[in-house]
Design a protein around this ligand. Structure first.
Ligand code: CTP
Ligand code: ZN
Length: 157
């Protein structure tokens, strides 16, 4: 039985064209929206399911965005907080592509270092760089390692 066989999945209706990000860890949907830079002000048509039952994850979040496909950089950051997410590209109501996220070795320019003394946060014209570890990310400038709440480092830019 797949997740969508559960009637709870029907709480969030199907979309016509766009992207369904499925199998997000329960409670991370708002961080996923932050990664996609969606706060409602842009008028995007978005449906969110939070903590819905999942056979695979126990509880999962689902984000559905109409008329939007994700950039490579967005998928890279997404992989940090939702390593088992499935990205479904929907065209004319059917899933036309199903992609699994993969973890990049490094993310550049998308996270900001929490170390106030780090050169990357000192207003210098350098792009933040983080190496992706098995259990977190490490700043390429000051070696600070962050394991919890990586989404809080996402640059609001
Ligand atoms: N979906 C949607 N709108 C569509 C088609 C699919 O919102 N027009 C959603 C489904 O509700 C599901 C996801 O996209 O959350 C993937 O759809 P599908 O591949 O049909 O489901 P599963 O087989 O359960 O996928 P998986 O094996 O990845 O769990
Ligand atoms: Zn740093």
């Amino acid at each position: 039985m797949t997740d969508s066989d559960t009637d709870t999945e029907l709480r969030v209706s199907k979309i016509e064209n766009g992207t369904v990000i499925d199998h997000i860890p329960g409670g991370q949907a708002l961080n996923v929206l932050a990664i996609l830079d969606i706060d409602g002000s842009g008028g995007e048509e978005v449906s969110v399911g939070m903590n819905v039952p999942s056979n695979r994850l126990g509880r999962k979040d689902v984000v559905k965005v109409e008329d939007r496909e994700l950039s490579g950089a967005e998928v890279d950051v997404l992989s940090l907080i939702a390593p088992h997410a499935t990205i479904n590209i929907v065209r004319d109501y059917a899933v036309s592509e199903k992609l699994r996220v993969s973890r990049p070795e490094r993310v550049v320019g998308v996270l900001s270092c929490p170390n106030a003394n780090c050169i990357s946060t000192a207003g210098e014209p350098v792009d933040s760089t983080f190496d992706v570890l098995d259990d977190g990310v490490r700043c390429g400038y000051c070696d600070t390692i962050v394991r919890e709440d990586i989404a809080a480092l996402i640059d609001p830019a």
